[in-house]
Design a protein around this ligand. Sequence first.
Ligand SMILES: *Cc1c(COP(=O)(O)O)cnc(C)c1O
Ligand code: SF4
Length: 357
Amino acid sequence: MEQWISQLQNSVNSLDKLKKYINVTPDEEKAITTLNTTWGTTPYFASLMDPDDPDCPIRKQVIPSMKEQENQYGIPNYLIWKENRATEEIRPDSIARQYHDRIAFTITDICANYCRHCFRKELVVDRDLKLRFDVEEGLQWISKHKEIRDILITGGDPFILSDDKIEYVICKLREIPHIEMIRFGTRTPVVLPQRITSGLKKVLKGYHRVPIWVNTQCNHPKEITEKTAKAVYGLLSCGVNVGNQAVLLKGINDDVETFRELHLKLLEVRIRPYYVFYCEPAPGIDHFRTPVEKGAELIRDAIRGHTTGLAQPMYVVATNIGKIPLMPDYYIMGKTDKEYKLRNYEGKITMWPNIPE
Ligand SMILES: *Cc1c(COP(=O)(O)O)cnc(C)c1O
Ligand code: SF4
């Protein structure tokens, strides 16, 4: 049996299994035994947990918490609202649309790790929202909509599907003349790097008109190991670009040190930081949310100028009308007809000529 399949079959998703990895606290035990929620991770990801520290960033992303019952800021029926599922355009359940030229194509609700902060929690984790993931229906819709040029395949985690199924979807999309790129959103390079097998690489590799891009989700430097580095290298060697979409999580990556280390370590393993998302107002994840400005402040204080431009993610709030960038805004201190007064990351000031139209 392939390693990645046995990782999934041996998912750490019960109290007894979790106790093999960590010293479970009474709070964790209470949440596991009382909350009616899907949870679990791979033995690999569980092995990265700190057995004695309940504040371990990996534990907090994996183990349910009683705080998930609190909901002061979450929006009810969040996903329906966020993904514009109640609008006049009739679309298959598998398709979420916010933009003219690209869509999110959801083809599974299974994940290797059920992230506690997931914005699709209602669908993927709590499972009180049911959608139909009919790939054929989705492909037909896409082929009829010529304005769509970019397909973001997501989930759940699409790399949980078999090589054959992934290959099928890629081939079908490549046959559609107006499709110019295919993207996968998958956490597997981080939570299940064993998934990047030679079989999958065969499916992904080769020069084609329509390129494949992968975005993964890594939220803390502790999640990056040699196995991740090799999985990413495997993808890159197939001509697949790998980016990161982190989620800003209170108590996990919202301090300057961790935030900078995360982005530097991503580059070290050849992952290009793409987005940092504000933790969305899905129900039951208040405890992960920071003030909105926090992400911009972290980019200002931890990254911009402090390190290479290659390490810069874009900080966005992902709303029902699309992603809205909220970047730090401190560079232009003033402006006259003749010149700009510009400030750098250290607070130093310089002058720059102002050229009239
Ligand atoms: C995030 C998202 C996309 C892709 O957005 P990019 O900014 O191009 O990465 C497309 N459609 C939906 C519905 C999305 O949520
Ligand atoms: S892998 Fe993605 S879809 Fe799955 S639980 Fe985590 S954030 Fe949600």
